[in-house]
Design a protein around this ligand. Structure first.
Ligand code: G4P
Length: 545
């Protein structure tokens, strides 16, 4: 056998056993609790409470100190990997707080599927809608987990209706609750055809499951009582009438979303979710680059940076760049091409993640995440390959929501300020724009909290001081001229000169001060397209390189 054939066979095996996904939820729905229970099942942690909650807590500490605390934790929880029945599972952490939405969106470019957690009492919430919309746009396979069934909540059919209408999903319940809250008796598992009885004892690790061959049998009445058994029979009949049958291909294509019910806190319904997940969830998926579709089974390594984490210790300016491996194997000390700057780089201590620990690895496979130490060469969206000149697509930059002028508050430290801003922007903390007219710098962020973070980190990590000045911008739009030489575009640039800026990639951006201005501008200049999202590798940025 040719040596490569043997390696290839093992790569294929490794790819097949990998599942890389993210848990998304509106804050407080139970993302951290569910993640923790999944890790418990994988034996990756021994006790509940081991996974730190990295949400921004409201309370005594000031917001940015809280963010710093959270930033420390989020290095540990960025990637949580564990083995379950021979499957290697990588969970990518996604902050639920809306001020970090952009972080979450970027992480979603690196997952192959997601589990959406919904609170049974609250139903579909604001962040759930936004995050699911991104997944839907990218056809990411979605499983829904309705959590907190131990509490009084909404009627299951109501919730399923809401998920269909608000999230525009096509659902099929694979489990169904028997009662709820005070009357919660357990769950009927359609996928495994068994009943799982709820004891309400959250110290119990795995609940007993009872096989039910025939729903009509008296056994069900004996288990949950005649009334509950009859209600369940009626409800399941309705489920079968109303919802489509589960079809794995439709799920993988993002056209059908299975739903599970449970209580993460009580470890209830979690094993069922995990067992179904490892069976149906996608293995690492192919990814589109600017030149072609790249398949995980390809021999040559390729991957992209979706997250950069700066060192918490200001004395060491190194950062950890998180790379998702798309194809081939990533090997320690092998030279790889950093496509954007055209240089070959070797990594002597790539980190792999296991539960909350990092360790140096020699080989990683598609679907895995490696953490690479970086002294400032990486930007989010960068591609690494074995030599091929291609750039992965699909890491968007969204129009920020908040804008402020940034001024240098210490003239002796202008170099430090520039470097600090530069690196923080590479990390994706915020976006920096330079006004065309006067060269003034504007910072745009998704959340208001980031301004404090930037000020604090500039001072503590770069020794620079900045101050802010308010600026009234409603949206920043990336400008695309159908014909850059046209009269219309020249007129647009002349009339709107005060509101034009360049982003860090030298793309032209228009600051609209209100929704009305935006509408007027669009109708006056129909051949100047205004985009709310900038793909890093749009045709504009390629030309500029
Ligand atoms: P998040 O990461 O999505 O923000 O949610 P997290 O897991 O932190 O859960 C939010 C709150 O909901 C926590 O309570 C958690 O204990 C609770 N919770 C999670 N799953 C369930 C469940 O199945 N049933 C019930 N009844 N509660 C659940 P907390 O009081 O805010 O925090 P903590 O002090 O318990 O950590």
């Amino acid at each position: 056998m040719h040596p490569y054939t043997r390696i290839y066979m093992s790569i294929e095996k490794e790819i097949k056993r990998r599942r890389t996904f993210g848990v998304i939820a509106h804050p407080d729905a139970g993302k951290t609790t569910l993640t923790e229970k999944l890790l418990l099942f994988g034996g990756a942690i021994q006790e509940a409470g081991a996974v730190k909650n990295n949400k921004v807590k409201k309370g005594a500490t000031s917001d940015f100190m809280e963010i710093e605390r959270q930033r420390g934790i989020s290095v540990a929880t960025s990637v949580l990997a564990f083995e379950y029945h021979g499957t290697k599972i990588n969970i990518l952490d996604t902050p639920g707080h809306k001020d970090f939405a952009e972080d979450t969106f970027r992480t979603l470019t690196a997952v192959d599927s997601v589990i959406v957690v919904i609170d049974v009492a609250k139903g579909v919430e604001e962040q759930t809608e936004k995050l699911v919309e991104v997944c839907r746009m990218r056809n990411i396979p979605i499983i829904v987990f309705i959590n907190k069934l131990d509490r009084e909540g909404r009627d299951a059919f109501d919730l399923l209706d809401e998920i269909e209408s608000k999230l525009q999903l096509r659902v099929t319940p694979l489990s169904f609750p028997i009662g709820m809250g005070y009357d919660f008796k357990g769950i009927y598992n359609e996928w495994e055809k068994n009943v799982n009885l709820f004891s309400g004892d959250n110290r119990k690790n795995i609940e007993e499951t009872i096989e039910i061959e025939d729903l009509e049998s008296k056994e069900l009445d004996n288990l949950v009582g005649e009334k509950a058994a009859n209600t369940l029979r009626e409800e399941l009949e309705l489920v079968r009438e109303v919802y489509p049958d589960f079809n794995q291909q439709e799920y993988l294509d993002g056209e059908l979303q299975p739903v599970f019910f449970g209580s993460a806190l009580n470890n209830f319904g979690v094993r069922e979710l995990l067992d179904c997940f490892v069976e149906i969830a996608p293995t690492p998926r192919p990814k589109e680059s600017d030149t072609r579709l790249v398949h995980p089974e390809e021999k040559d390594f390729s991957g992209f940076v979706f997250k950069i984490h700066a060192n918490m210790d200001p004395k060491h300016r190194d950062r950890l760049a998180f790379v998702k491996i798309v194809s081939g194997t990533f090997e320690r000390n092998s030279p790889y091409l950093h496509v954007r700057n055209g240089k070959k780089v070797k990594f002597s201590s790539p980190n792999a993640f296991f539960a909350e620990k990092k360790q140096i690895v020699d080989v990683s496979y598609p679907g895995d995440i490696v953490g690479l130490h970086d002294t400032g060469n990486f930007k989010i969206g960068d591609t690494l390959t074995q030599g091929e000149k291609m750039q992965y697509k699909g890491i968007p930059s969204f129009s920020p929501e908040h804008f402020k002028y940034v001024n240098n508050a210490d003239p002796m430290k202008s170099k430090q300020l520039e470097k600090g801003l530069d690196q923080l922007m590479d990390e994706g903390v915020a976006q920096l724009f330079t006004l065309e007219l006067n060269g003034r710098k504007v910072i745009g962020t998704v959340g208001a909290l980031q301004f404090e973070v930037i000020q604090y980190r500039l001072e503590h990590e770069y020794g620079a001081k900045c101050s802010y000045e308010n600026l009234n911008v409603h949206k920043a739009c990336w400008v695309e001229a159908k014909d850059p030489k046209s009269e219309e575009f020249a007129d647009f640039k002349r009339v709107k000169a005060k509101f034009l800026a360049k982003d860090k990639r030298d793309q032209l951006v228009f600051f609209a001060d209100s929704a009305f201005t935006l509408q007027m501008t669009q109708s006056k200049y129909p051949n100047v397209k205004l985009h709310f999202v900038s793909e890093f590798e749009s045709s504009n940025s390629k030309k500029k390189k």
